[in-house]
Design a protein around this ligand. Structure first.
Ligand code: CP
Ligand code: NVA
Length: 305
């Protein structure tokens, strides 16, 4: 089943051309924003935002984004919704579809987001345990800004084979980049993603050797060792991920002028050193800003009639 372009659930199901189309819209929206040109393309539309996990960037960039497009956002926390008291998602979804023009959801099970697509309004995945496609779209936008191209570049992800790794693998491969994942044994990306990546030959590599993964790399990316929902495993993971860090040594293995990206929030001293993060803060906060522009492009694509 393909959800895009009705819904935006994973990077895997977007072709390279479809990703580039979204990036072109995002670049244009960024240009208009910087130059004070209003773009009320979703005037009168309402986006419901269900957050079953914490968020700073996703919540604020979606809320501000729909406002800048002329629409309104509703922040829906499970503590306020009847979901928190056990009302099934299927009943919630059917009601929300009668009021809203779109739903953005951040939750645990990816299947819950897929189920929400059954009720007739566009659904955007704001992060599940499986995927974080909005972040990766912003990452690709940032890489293209700094490197002027995507095709042919190599990205290396160091750390947990989590939602970020899954979405980076599929997003990078679909736009013609190479990607290497360096992760400890037992923390590999999702098997569905690995099966997809296997179709791209040597453009994808998975290793526990950080040096090998970083050699020839144009972009180094990392993420927390314990994602939301894995807090109870934090101590065990601290042990398992020791050394899977972006620091001056890993940067030395990569190409000169390699970018460093982090979706944030960051745990300094764990997956990235303070010095490397601060030295690359310009691009890391551009990456955070680009969430706004990239997501506005997604909302326009899904909700503009
Ligand atoms: N990168 C990201 O999704 O940040 P939040 O968890 O703050 O939304
Ligand atoms: N992998 C992290 C990303 C946070 C934006 C998590 O799921 O918690």
């Amino acid at each position: 089943m393909r959800f895009y372009p009705k819904h935006f659930l994973t990077m895997q199901e977007l072709s390279g051309e479809e990703i580039i189309e979204l990036l072109n819209i995002a670049d244009q929206l960024k240009y208009e924003k910087k130059n004070g040109i209003p773009h009320p393309r979703l005037a009168g539309k309402t986006l419901g935002m269900i957050f079953q996990k914490s968020s700073t960037r996703t919540r604020i960039s979606f809320e501000v984004g729909i406002y800048q497009l002329g629409g309104t956002a509703l922040f829906l926390s499970p503590n306020d919704l009847q979901i928190g008291r056990g009302e099934p998602l299927s009943d919630t979804g059917r009601c929300l579809a009668r009021y809203l023009d779109g739903i953005m959801i951040r939750t645990y099970a990816h299947e819950d987001v897929e189920r929400l697509t059954e009720y007739g309004i566009p659904v955007v995945n704001g992060l599940t345990d499986y995927a974080h496609p909005c972040q990766v779209l912003a990452d690709l936008m940032t890489i293209r800004e700094y490197k002027s191209t995507l095709k042919g570049l190599k990205l290396t992800f160091i750390g947990d084979g989590n939602n970020m790794a899954n979405s980076l693998i599929t997003g990078c491969l679909n736009v013609g980049m190479s990607i290497s994942i360096a992760c400890p044994k037992g923390y590999e990306p999702h098997e569905k993603v690995l099966a997809y990546a296997a179709g791209f030959g040597d453009k994808f590599t998975l290793t526990d050797n950080i040096q090998k993964a970083c050699e020839g790399s144009d972009v180094l990316v990392t993420d927390v060792w314990a994602s939301m929902g894995h807090e109870a495993e934090a101590a065990k993971r601290l042990e398992a991920f020791k050394g899977y860090q972006i620091n001056d040594k890993t940067l030395f293995y990569a190409n000169a002028e390699a970018m460093v990206l982090h979706c944030l929030p960051a745990h300094r001293g764990e997956e990235i050193t303070e010095e490397v993060l601060e030295r690359h803060a310009g691009m890391i906060f551009d990456e955070a800003e680009n969430r706004l522009h990239a997501q506005k492009a997604i909302l326009i694509k899904l909700m503009e009639k």
